[in-house]
Design a protein around this ligand. Sequence first.
Ligand code: 4H6
Length: 221
Amino acid sequence: MQVDILSLFPEYFEGPLKLSILGRARENGLLDVRLVDIRRFTTDKHGRVDDKPFGGGPGMLMMPEPVCAAIRAVRREKTRVIYLTPQGAPLTAKRCEELAKEEHLVLLCGHYEGIDERAIESEVDEEISIGDYVLTSGCPAALVLLDATARFIPGVLGHEEAAASDSFQEDGLLEGPQYTRPREFEGKSVPSVLWEGNHAEIAKWRRQAAMQKTKLVKEIV
Ligand code: 4H6
């Protein structure tokens, strides 16, 4: 999958994208990410990409021209353009699984108070939100979407079964507690069923623990 991330701070992504699972996916050619600086596409003689909102109000908006020019410069035949915004449709595991099948994604990051609506009308296919809170820019949201989507690209996780089963929500259940060595830590023991080797009992225990965890979290919400 090819991904173009369009933002005013391409450096923001450099660290996370070279590390760990995403770094390995890029090295293996499973994920091809390009970082595009929207400022490169300004034609303003001072290099400006923002201006005051018509009608007044606080802050600045990104101008439509450099945003449209940047998207058009990377657009190919099969491109899906996603704008990360607090007003978008909620990101879900199901949505990520669908996005992982796309050939080419463009992730558009808003800065300041967002982007002039005409650029969105002309070039954006869908608006997505990673949750009901406001970020200082769309960059962290783009990184979350890319991370959660990359897990569904075959070969990105070493172990193929994990992508679906890790995504809690799958059956509406949250994953329960997990344990590794040592068997005893600061006076706390690993539940004995997990090292006794009865796989049916382990499955039963995990299901029960998941139900308990889910009930607990739902009560907090
Ligand atoms: C587009 C429009 C995504 C992008 C406005 C982005 C939360 C999410 C942004 C803004 C984001 C999310 C700029 C409006 C800051 C508020 C960048 N915040 N904002 N939930 N912020 O996915 O002021």
